[in-house]
Design a protein around this ligand. Sequence first.
Ligand code: DGT
Ligand code: CA
Ligand code: CA
Ligand code: ZN
Length: 567
Amino acid sequence: MINSQIAKLLFELADILEMQGVDWKPNAYRRAARGIESAEPVEKIYAEKGNKGLKEIDGVGEGISKHIEEFLKKGKVSEFEKIRTSIPPGLLQMIQIPGLGPKKVMRLYKEQKIATVEELESAIKSGKVEALDGFGKKSAEDILHGIEFVKRGTERRLLGEALPIARELCELVKGVPSVKKVEVAGSLRRRKETIGDIDILVTSNDSKKVMDAFIKFPQVQTVLAKGLTKTSVLLENGMQADVRVLKEKEFGAGLQYFTGSKDHNIELRKLAISKGYKLSEYGLFKGEKLVAGKTEEEIYDELGVKWMPPEMREAQGEIANSYNLPQVIGYGGIKGDLHMHTTWSDGQGTIEEMARAAQKLGYEYIAITDHSKSEHIANGMDEKRLTEYIKAIRKAQESAKIKIFAGAEVSIMKDGSLDYTDKDLKKLDIVIASVHSRFKQSKEEMTKRVLTALDNPYVHILGHPTGRLLNVREPFEIDIDAVFTKAKKNNIALEINSNPPRLDLKDSHVRQAVEKGCLLMIDTDAHAPKQLEYMELGIAQARRGWAAPKNIVNSWSLKEFEKWLKR
Ligand code: DGT
Ligand code: CA
Ligand code: CA
Ligand code: ZN
């Protein structure tokens, strides 16, 4: 939690300094912010190794380590506060809008006195912005679109942000005397890609004690409503959390109801009514008599429906077909992570460090997949470095306890050609092809581009197939069905990228791909050892898309997987 607070401060500061035209410092701050994001908790590092330990974090030097120290002691950094007050706060929100960088924001402020998102919106609508040098009609429209996108986005948080917070809260609730059961419900239990608010259900025979303790948790910022059955709070990160205390005999009914989805509940309640029952958050009733309520299973069972994982409860046919649902991939069902970056391109761990971390997670195999040469910002490898890199992976294999494939994430160029020649691709065990540039191509161009890449015989996987970044960037336009058809024909697996803002393919696309008979691969795209833990987020989306182990190449044993690689 502290790491992400400090990282956020540094990113903000970088934006401000860039607006003010300061050189190099913004990028140094961003680098440090990324380092801190993926480091161990700074309070732990500081407690164990002091300032020296902080300086070992990637990108953190003398200056920033002092700032972290100050933050740990005082909860703020005085120099940062000073810099922050040097610009109107609205400008920081303006920077978050896609299509607007620090330089453009500063110009809008200086030339037009626009200092808030609202002012910008009305300036665009009155035609003021498109008249500016270097903006134009198209760019003004893009900005307006971006404003709507950001407004929508900030209301919902990424699963990867909400889940750890919810788990931490649940742990604290478990520690309250008299508490027996604790479960997260709602969209979090269904592992939706974004989360509106956190719903927690508890059983206890002393509700008052639970609520009294809950509002005192360090994460709680404001108490919105406090009662004996429900308490709502605003957390420090801006999310709302609802806690409900349920009776033991109603727990299953409450869990079922508050897990949702709403549409799933409506369908289930209709079914109950058609069979002469009444279903509510308090139980399943026949007349006045409670016939089921203690567990979810007994409620579904009584209604003639087979219990299904929460990830499948979106009213997509799971109730009518409950006895014929696929056995979806389990959270422990992945045998190897096959998309990760190291210090050879833009990752923060070495090959050895990534392999060791993967082995600790229990994997049988991994692939190192650093960036190809056109990714200059990501330190992509030219042919000469590619050769050394493959050598380094083979060397690492000698002392590693798991299989390490030598791979690369090769960029798909604007015409569909790949960033390495076939001769170089041939040297790799595994090739992920991904679009990293020119997201604005027309749907026709983008589709043709990706289909062309999928015809390259050395490609095994299509990386993040729609290019979206949740709350940041819309997916590019592409005929996804045509892509799936081609992938199936050429025996190419489609990636489910587990990185929190990606989750690409998304759930409905997974379902579509599965129905088409395509193969999938779930991986993390980790840029640091700790990020290998993102895997569960991708597995969740696979489950939401009804994917089973047979659909997912890296749920297979090393032997089966290697056979597929050499297809
Ligand atoms: P969120 O918070 O927007 O990410 O989505 P949920 O699904 O967590 O929704 P939330 O927090 O409003 O409500 C939690 C669950 O309560 C929801 O999944 C289903 C149930 N629920 C809420 N409102 C209704 C309703 O009007 N009818 C029915 N049948 N169930 C509801
Ligand atoms: Ca919720
Ligand atoms: Ca709620
Ligand atoms: Zn990658």
